[in-house]
Design a protein around this ligand. Structure first.
Ligand SMILES: *Cc1c(COP(=O)(O)O)cnc(C)c1O
Length: 408
């Protein structure tokens, strides 16, 4: 008899994006003439930087020659890419991260779920509410939670509400936890953490022997020079934090796939009998066994992000999306809405007006302005009463969407 992983059956059925798709489909079938603008799902829209495309084209040519052919590469990524990452993303910001601590992968969605492979089932887990759903669902699938309650919160998880009342910065947990998922700049709220706020979390983690899983997928959208891009900019983080990074949002690699995870050599966990074990060795073993590396072609494309042309092109992409975010903020404020985020992150987080709940505002915007966003409640119970608009779109679509919303 084949047994299934029962934990999958605990997952809540109506997942956010399928439900959005269902409502949009019903609307467009009823109103085929409506030109719907999608500011919902957080995918990039602009073409890949030329420097990345040229590097990938050269790599494809090389693969067509006996001398330039590459078969299996190192599971951890090619050293030239790991060294470029260490130099540009960490040493340049004063962080001590070595190439060997960088593990190149095909996405931080996968890494932030796969990391559970090396962590014990008994860990007490904290997530923010609202949250990037992957952190929660990967724990449910791995059997690390109880059942969901009527409000969609899973037993066994500690939820840290992030709302306007606390400036969208997670409060320290009241009961002790072992694993803490943090994402800054934040998806979905667009909030960002200051050095002082991250320092509090690091102090907490060091005092409680906890591990921070820090998702910095949106670090490139930070423009304020006072704000940290990496958690390793804060003293002590090497002893308590793993950081996830991705080329998806800065260089538009969502369809190309390349990311990396930093596991400092200092990090340890304990065995069931209390012996310390290096996490680096476990992650290295996990990747070597279950992963066979990112394609040579794509790693060459990622390396080109760090060339002078690549850096200039990536900066231009980010500038473009952040101008979209500024337009969204400005126009929504002019429409009388209360907006958050969108200044150091490509997401604008809106308080839903007129007593509408998140799905009520979704239906209102879709029905009246033909604009699709994401209901805050889909990211967690404390996201109720909020709504996310993404700055990932063409300028024409953003301007037209804002014109329609202002006309409501
Ligand atoms: C988009 C995104 C990522 C990147 O995921 P990839 O698998 O690297 O494309 C990671 N974390 C968050 C919160 C994201 O929104």
């Amino acid at each position: 008899m084949v047994q299934v992983n029962d934990s999958y059956l605990r997952l809540k059925a109506g997942y956010l994006f399928p439900e959005i798709a269902r409502r949009v489909k019903a609307f467009t079938e009823a109103h085929p003439e409506a030109a719907v603008i999608r500011l919902g799902i957080g995918d990039v829209t602009e073409p890949l930087p030329a420097a990345c495309r040229e590097a990938m084209q050269q790599a494809i040519e090389a693969m067509g020659t006996r001398e330039g052919f590459h078969g299996y590469g190192p599971e951890q990524g090619y050293l030239w890419l790991r060294e470029a990452i260490a130099r540009h993303d960490f040493h340049a910001r004063g962080c001590e991260v070595s190439a060997e601590e960088i593990f190149v992968s095909d996405g931080s969605k996968c890494d932030s779920s796969n990391i559970l492979d090396i962590l014990g089932a008994g860990n007490r887990i904290a997530v923010t509410d609202p949250v990037y759903p992957v952190y929660v669902d990967s724990n449910v699938m791995a059997g690390r939670t109880g059942d969901a309650d009527a409000g969609g919160r899973y037993g066994g998880l500690t939820y840290l509400p992030i709302t306007a009342a606390n400036g969208f910065v997670a409060p320290l947990p009241e009961q002790p936890v072992d694993l803490i998922y943090l994402c800054f700049p934040n998806n979905p709220t667009g909030a960002v953490a200051t050095r002082e706020q991250l320092k509090q979390w690091i102090d907490y983690a060091l005092a409680n022997d906890a591990l921070i899983l820090f998702d910095a997928a949106y670090e490139a959208f930070i423009s304020d020079p006072e704000l940290p891009h990496s958690i390793y900019e804060i003293e002590g983080a090497r002893r308590c934090a793993i950081e996830f990074r991705s080329f998806s949002k800065n260089a538009g690699f969502t369809g190309t796939r390349c990311a990396f995870t930093v596991v400092p050599r200092e990090l340890t966990g304990t065995t069931a009998s209390g012996e310390p074990v290096e996490l680096w060795g476990l992650w290295n073993r996990r990747q070597s066994t279950k992963f066979n590396g990112v394609s040579y072609i794509v790693q060459r494309g990622a390396e080109a992000v760090y060339s002078p042309e690549g850096q200039e092109q990536v900066r231009a992409l980010i500038r473009f999306y952040m101008e979209n975010a500024a337009i969204i903020r400005r126009e929504l404020e002019a429409a009388g809405l209360q907006v958050f985020g969108g200044q150091q992150a490509p997401y604008v987080w809106i308080r839903t007006p007129d007593g509408l709940d998140s799905w009520g505002f979704f239906d209102h915007l879709l029905g009246q302005a033909h604009v699709v966003g994401t209901p805050g409640s889909g990211f967690g119970a404390a996201g109720e009463g909020y709504f996310r608009l993404s700055a990932f779109n063409s300028r024409a679509n953003v301007e037209e969407a804002m014109r329609r919303i202002r006309a409501l």
